[in-house]
Every structure is written in C-alpha cells, then in structure tokens.
Design a protein around this ligand. Sequence first.
Ligand code: ADP
Ligand code: MG
Length: 318
Amino acid sequence: MGEFALIERFFSDVGVRRADVQLGVGDDGAALIAPPGMALIAVCDTLVEGRHFPASSSPASIGHRALAVNLSDIAAMGAEPAWALLALTLPRAEAGWLAKFSAGFTAAARAANVALVGGDTTRGPLAVTVTLLGFAPPDKLLRRCGGAAGDIVFVTGTPGDAARGLELCMGAASVGDGAAALRRRFEFPAARLALGCGLRGLASACIDVSDGLAGDAGKLAIASGCGVRLDVDQLPLSAALLADVGRERAIGYALTGGDDYELCFTVPASQLQRLEQHLPAQQHGYKRIGQLTRESGVLVQRLGQKIELPVTGFDHFA
Ligand code: ADP
Ligand code: MG
C-alpha cells in the first residue's frame, strides 16, 4: 500500500462532516470557513512512541490520545473544537494497525464534533502530531493568567489515575481490582469540553492538567501573579487508585503524575454560587482543592501542615 492509497483508505473520511469545511483531505490544502466574530484557537501536540506512550500501546489508544490531548488544550481555552490536521510518521504501512488507529481517532473525533481536514504522512519512527483548531468568543477566552489571590482552585476527575495506569500498561503488578480502570484512564482520556465552554465568564483562570497537578496549578498561579495552596485532604482520589497503591502513594500520583488531561481552574469566591448553579459539580465532576495565595509558589498542605513534593511537573529537557 502506497502513501496515497493509505491516506485515501484510512484518513479521507474521518470524524464528522461539517458544513464549515469547504475542502477537506485531498487537495493541497484545506479550505475552512471560520464563523464571523469568533477567535480561532489553535493547539498542537505530538505523541512520540517510547516517550508519550509505550511501544506496547494499542493503535486505538494511540489514535484516541493523539486527538484527546489536543481536545484537552482546546477545553482549557474555553473553546469548541472543529478541525484537525494529522501528521503521522510510521515505520511501515500496516493495514491492520492503521485501521485500528484510524478507528480510535475517528471515535474521539465524532464524540467531539471534529472533522479531520488534512495532514501529512511520512515514514520514520512512530510519532503522531495533531493540530486542532476551534473557536471561542474573543472576549471570553479562558486564560492561565486571570486568577487573583483568594480565588478558589478546582480540579476535575481523579488525578493520578492515568500516571498509575501508564505504569500498569508497562507491566507493573497491581494489587487492587481497579487495574483495568486505571489503564483505561491512561489509554482513553476524555477531555472536559462541555465544562471548558461552560466556564466562560465564570472561571478567572484555567489550565489543562497534563504534566502533574501541582506543577500545572503552579503554572496557572505564576501566570496569574499569585501562588497556590493545595489541600491534600481535599484531593479527589479514585477508589481504584487507593486500592492499588494506598493513600500515601496515591497522593504522590495525584500531585505529580502526568497524563491526566483534566482541567484545573479558579473561580472568585463571589462566583461560587453561579458556578454551582450553571455547572453542578455532580454533573461535571470537579472538586475544590485549594486557593490562590498572595505569596508565590506551590504550597502543599495536609491537615494544616506544609508537606514537600518529590517532583513538580514534567519537563522534556530538565
Ligand atoms: P502534499 O504532497 O501536498 O504534501 P500529501 O500527498 O501529503 O500532499 O497529502 C495529500 C492530501 O492528503 C492533503 O490534502 C493532505 O492534507 C492529506 N493528508 C496527508 N496525510 C494525511 C493524514 N495522515 N491524515 C489526514 N490527511 C492527510
Ligand atoms: Mg505531504
């Protein structure tokens, strides 16, 4: 199978059909009609085999994650996703692998109302880059920088699960019976798109949690010119993670483990009632975990006492 047959077979009709796509896959470029008055939000993330996912990953998971990690950035901006471009580097053209990869990508794209409108296909060590475009009202973007001291800090989901899930995918032994659920949290993250859009005009700042909650909350705090206090006793830890590693280690995974693709956001205390009215915590799965502080830095507190973290956040070149 040559390059062009491969594109035609696996990538010419992926995701939803959108009326705002004048030209999709097949010409030299895509022609896209952006809605007037909206800001075009552009994000791009790469997954490299052996670095962002283990070589043993299923092709469906790689396809899903390639889009999901970008959907998470779009969600963190308070934007609605629309169009994706896929740059795929493959060691070989294997129909079975490609069919599963494409199916994983397609399912994630359909769920998010995204059309695949173009890309590039090359031979080399397995790496997947997705560029994702979406829209948001220009005066209502969620930024990292809008928080103020005193704002309440929230996180969605149960951070730490994906980091432990990755270890389980790589063969770590599990003692709990939640191992399959933890692996799934790494393999098939679900971006918080509805919450991201809902937080427009409500959240003062927002970031997606991909490199460890403490580090990413710290980035939000720095951008907002504040510090952040995280209350360990408030962390939402999943039953599966607790059963697998116990409370002490679970706290470490939740604060410093990567690959969650959840949202961390801040809301001024005066807006808490509106938050609960418009976006019930029950429905959107977020929890209060701390507060922005006047003093800079990340303060992790347990029963009122400061505790130290081994690492904060992932850095490819650290
Ligand atoms: P060019 O030679 O101009 O770079 P290509 O042959 O790479 O064009 O691509 C042909 C068409 O297929 C283009 O519309 C391109 O966007 C699309 N395409 C290539 N690879 C992919 C892919 N992996 N996923 C989606 N579309 C792709
Ligand atoms: Mg090309």
